[in-house]
Design a protein around this ligand. Structure first.
Ligand code: SAM
Length: 325
């Protein structure tokens, strides 16, 4: 038998059928997309980009790299775990207003996600003239092994993908080495909130980074669901790297978990995402299910609806870190 992170997790926990979410790429994408739609995650980030990106990022990069400082070279942007590219495209469009030439290196191991990104670029080609894309359908770890010595970027963007690329300290160090002096990193990451505490309270739901495994899409997937902004900020402080931070909250509505006999398919997928478990309700032992639901109910924010009913929101805090070199 070949042991990998996924089947070891299953064995260690004596689960009969349950699987960590990252071991099942199709289900992971379904749960992620459902969670993002349900919490309007993309809209919240897009609003931040619309209102804050210019002053926090574009202005600073302009001071460092505009005019002849780039020596006729394009601004080099590196996207890590770019997904379908929605947030990255918004950022690139903002950068494009000040930098006439941009070289965007996109790293995304999911073939489905990178194809979506490429399709969006094709459809919006007139909006992004002057951006030259370099597509890497691979993990950051694979990319890092193949990168030319001395290759550097002016801007690195990583939106909720730090959990997958390795140990925080090494990742931050690698990013810093890949950054031009004066360059910046944009990072969105979960903060320590009830979702991370849930993973800590029920370690069987969060699998620490272990041996890489290969998915049906033939790329390595590892995850560390326990990584939070606190870990990143402690590495930044230790390495005396300056950063600014802002926060936002995602508030999945889990009311029907506690008020209906049967959860809706959307609630089930949102719960799979929160518990990082494939088909959480069906696959974990009843005792674990009841304990986790009890934890969620105790930690939920209860708000009265207009009809006077209790609504249960499980708030998840996130942070945006803008790091300078
Ligand atoms: C939560 S999604 C975020 C996607 C995108 N940044 C966004 O904001 O919509 C995380 C992304 O990281 C990608 N990913 C997983 N493992 C990775 C790795 N080792 N290196 C780079 N990206 C990875 C996944 O395929 C997924 O698209």
């Amino acid at each position: 038998m070949i042991y990998n992170a996924c089947n070891m997790a299953t064995l260690n926990l004596q689960r009969k059928t349950s699987q960590p979410l990252y071991c099942n790429h199709d289900h992971y994408l379904m749960a992620l997309n459902t969670f993002n739609q349900h919490t309007r995650h993309q809209e919240i980030l897009a609003k931040w980009t619309e209102e804050e990106f210019d002053s926090n990022v574009v202005k600073v990069l302009c001071e460092k790299f505009s005019g002849d400082k780039l020596d006729d070279q394009p601004l080099r942007v590196l996207g890590v775990g770019s997904g379908g590219g929605y947030q990255e495209t918004l950022q690139l469009k903002k950068l494009k207003t000040k930098f006439s030439r941009i070289s965007a290196t996109v790293i995304e191991p999911s073939t489905e996600q990178i194809s979506k990104y490429q399709e969006m670029v094709r459809q919006n080609s007139s909006d992004i003239t002057g951006i030259e894309y370099k597509w890497h359908n691979q993990t950051f770890q694979e990319f890092e092994r193949s990168i030319a010595a001395g290759q550097k970027y002016h801007f690195i963007t990583i939106v909720h993908a730090i959990y997958y690329v390795g140990k925080v300290e090494e990742t931050v160090k690698t990013f810093s080495e890949l950054l031009e002096p004066g360059g910046m990193i944009f990072m969105a990451v979960k903060a320590d909130s009830d979702m991370s505490l849930l993973a800590k309270t029920f370690p069987q739901l969060a699998v620490e980074e272990q041996t890489p495994t290969t998915t049906t899409e033939s790329h390595e997937v590892k995850t560390n669901d326990l990584i939070s902004s606190t870990d990143v900020k402690s590495v930044l402080s230790k390495n005396q790297m300056a950063y600014t931070q802002s926060s936002y909250t995602l508030s999945p509505d889990l009311t029907t978990c506690f008020t209906e006999d049967e959860m809706t398919p959307v609630t089930k997928l949102v719960l799979d995402f929160i518990t990082t478990t494939v088909k959480f309700q069906e696959s974990v032992p009843d005792e674990t299910f009841n304990q986790v639901m009890d934890y969620i109910k105790r930690n939920a924010r209860v708000k009265k609806s207009d009809q006077g009913d209790d609504k249960y929101y499980f708030d998840i805090e996130c942070e945006i870190l803008v790091i300078s070199k």
